[in-house]
Design a protein around this ligand. Structure first.
Ligand code: HEM
Ligand SMILES: *[C@@H]1O[C@H](CO)[C@@H](O)[C@H](O)[C@H]1NC(C)=O
Ligand SMILES: *[C@@H]1O[C@H](CO)[C@@H](O)[C@H](O)[C@H]1NC(C)=O
Length: 340
């Protein structure tokens, strides 16, 4: 209660500062101002709602993978175009749009596409306590096209096989190593039951630790009484000690003392090698017939600093995927094109 009202207060103060800044300085936003505003808004958002940090990291992937980093994922439906990326099945659970809006409200001349990647970097920095960091140049432009069908055809799915994941990444110029590295983002955040139902269902189950599966089924069943499609934590590290105990989770090498938000670190690999990951796509990294991906899982489990560096590098490349047009602009509002 106290925290919630403080969040509102901070947001109001930031809005007043923004209004004043606008009144006195129509000058072009400098990199330093941009960094400071993004930092302030993302920190405040994560303090108010720890889960939003993971959402902002995922937003980078879901924007940049489809038509490049062009903020196409931010567009709301309109009477003439209702089937936007936000409506894609693969975009279930996407969030953080309000944080992008609050940054945009203070940085009118910065593109929404730049805001998405800068906010994602700030979240990754905060959730990794500074271990993940990378340099990004500004200058992305916002696109005018957003299609649910395109997002569903382009984004990888949790049901994908290793070969499908590999092909999906290759199409965008990302290697099998990148696939293993970037999947480590599933050390944070949550997923809806429908995204991992196949892992609970004995008939179609893919290799999953049976005790973890039983604990997960129980958890989903309990949470399902409150809402039909409940969310669960991606990382068993973030589940209760009781859940970990009945699953037989071996947390050796994992920092269990993490803030409420969950830490972005290499603990995903520890869970994966114990067959305690939510998605089939996570498990599939063990299925590379050449064992290259499987060996990488072990390497990153055993070397936290390596993963921090390689993840930073892969995020920088992801955040630099260029837009494929057809038209681009700096939007006035991130949820609609300028001609709307
Ligand atoms: C390799 C293929 C990938 C697949 C199949 C996949 C699939 C998924 C699915 C199904 C969810 C849960 C959505 C829901 O049910 O609400 C999810 C969550 C998430 N994904 Fe991925 N993902 C992949 C790669 C990535 C990459 C490359 C990143 C980031 C760099 C990423 C970051 C995240 C994050 C942070 C969440 C949690 C979001 C939240 O808590 O709001 N994923 N992913
Ligand atoms: C994509 O696949 C082709 C053909 O197998 C391969 O030569 C290329 O190196 C792959 N690209 C990446 C980035 O791994
Ligand atoms: C947990 O994993 C560590 C490192 O892999 C291993 O040395 C230890 O024996 C394991 N503990 C149990 C109880 O299996």
């Amino acid at each position: 209660m106290v925290k919630a009202s403080l969040c509102v207060l901070v947001t109001l103060v930031l809005a007043v500062i923004a209004a004043q800044a606008q009144a006195v300085s129509p000058a072009k936003t400098t990199q330093a101002v941009m960094d400071a505003v993004v930092k302030q808004e993302v920190e405040n958002a994560i303090n108010c709602n720890p889960g939003v940090g993971a959402a902002l990291v995922r937003l980078v992937f879901h924007d940049c993978w489809v038509r490049g980093c062009d903020a196409s994922v931010l567009l709301d439906k309109t009477p003439s175009s209702s089937s936007v990326e936000k409506k894609a099945a693969n975009n279930i659970g996407l969030a953080g749009f309000d944080v992008i809006d609050s940054i945009k409200a203070r940085l009118h001349d910065v593109s929404c596409a730049d805001i998405v990647v800068f906010a994602g970097r700030e979240s990754a920095r905060i959730l990794s306590k500074g271990s993940i960091d990378y340099t990004l140049a500004p200058g992305r432009l916002d696109g005018v096209v957003s299609s649910a069908a395109e997002a569903d055809a382009t984004l990888p799915e949790a049901s994908f096989s290793f070969q499908e994941l590999k092909d999906n990444f290759n199409r965008t110029g990302f290697s099998v190593e990148d696939l293993v590295i970037l999947s480590g983002a599933h050390s944070i955040g949550v997923a809806h039951r429908t995204s991992f139902q196949d892992r609970l269902d004995a008939a179609t189950q893919t290799p999953i630790d049976p005790e973890y599966q039983t604990a997960l089924r129980y958890r989903v069943n309990v949470d399902g009484h409150k809402t039909p499609n409940p969310t669960e934590k991606n990382n068993i590290r973030d589940m209760s000690p009781f859940f970990q105990g009945v699953s037989g989770y071996n947390s050796s090498g994992v920092n269990l003392y993490t803030p409420e938000a969950g830490a972005l670190d290499n603990s995903y690999y520890t869970a994966n090698l114990q067959k305690m990951v939510l998605f089939k796509s996570d498990w599939e990294l063990n299925q590379d017939p050449t064992h290259f991906a499987g060996d990488k899982l072990i390497e990153y489990r055993d070397n936290a600093a390596d993963w921090d560096l390689d993840f930073s590098d892969a995020m920088a490349r992801l955040s630099s995927l260029t837009s494929s047009g057809p038209k681009s602009e700096v939007r006035k509002h991130c949820r609609r094109t300028n001609s709307y």
